[in-house]
Write a new protein. Structure first.
Length: 258
């Protein structure tokens, strides 16, 4: 389906937003990961057949503003509460992947009155058995991509594509991630104790071959969010909505219908 790219101002920050789908349909908001905005990928296009889809680029990333108030992930949680309110959205299906999943979880423990559901995909934000994820900033690029993808050929193609990236945006994204999420490394020590506050239906989706945020982190979320359901997709890495798009969509649609 077609989509539009626009800029919206929320909390004094001008951010880039991709949106598409049926106007007036139930809203779905997708929050991207630490690598930056994924663009209008196939899974978003498919979801736009059933929902009005909003895919913002976080403050501090890409072509969005880096506002002076942005100090930690909690600031992004409050920002997206303002984003949902400013756009007049209600009964929102909120999906967050990786860093975006952490933001979504932080948002939900603060205020879930405008949410219909929460879906965390390979989310960081908490520890598993007391340990954070491995240090991605100390990994060679090749190792990072090997862990990111289940399919080695995808990893090789992605490595080749990196030469085409805008390195100014890459540097901006990395600087923001370092500021928000590096000390402590990709988790909030206080988040897990408040996850019991999440009462909206919650789906956790992981790739069985995610080498960056392994499924043990999905299990850590499952035992702390009441009634949540963990689905581990086969032959998928850190972006199951890409590598196993059809299985991801079937899982989410079944969840949203129920």
């Amino acid at each position: 389906m077609s989509f539009v790219e626009e800029f919206v101002t929320v909390a004094g920050a001008n951010i880039r937003l991709l949106r598409g789908g049926r106007a007036g349909a139930q809203p779905l908001v997708f929050l991207h990961g630490a690598g930056g905005h994924v663009g209008w990928m196939g899974f978003l296009d498919a979801l736009a057949q059933d929902f009005e889809v909003f895919a913002p680029e976080h403050p501090g990333f890409g072509r969005s503003d880096d506002p002076p108030w942005l100090d930690d992930v909690g600031d992004l949680a409050y920002f997206y509460l303002d984003f949902i309110e400013t756009l007049g959205l209600d009964r929102v299906h909120l999906i967050g992947t990786s860093l975006g999943g952490w933001i979504a979880a932080e948002l939900a423990v603060r205020n879930q009155t405008r949410l219909a559901s929460l879906t965390l995909v390979c989310a960081v934000g908490i520890t598993a058995n007391g340990r954070p994820i491995d240090d991605i900033f100390r990994m060679p690029v090749e190792e990072n991509l090997r862990r990111f993808y289940a399919d080695p050929e995808r990893a090789a193609r992605r490595l080749g594509d990196m030469a085409k990236l805008d390195m100014n945006i890459v540097a901006k994204n990395r600087n923001t991630v370092t500021r928000l999420a590096y000390r402590p490394r990709f988790y909030n020590p206080g988040l897990a104790k408040w996850l019991h506050r999440i009462t909206v239906p919650t789906l956790l989706v992981w790739g069985d071959k995610d080498g960056l945020v392994p499924p043990i982190f999905g299990e850590a979320y499952r035992v702390t969010i009441p009634g949540s359901r963990l689905v581990v997709l086969k032959d998928a890495g850190h972006a199951p909505f890409d590598e196993q798009k059809d299985a991801f969509l079937a899982t989410f649609r079944d969840f949203a219908r129920s």
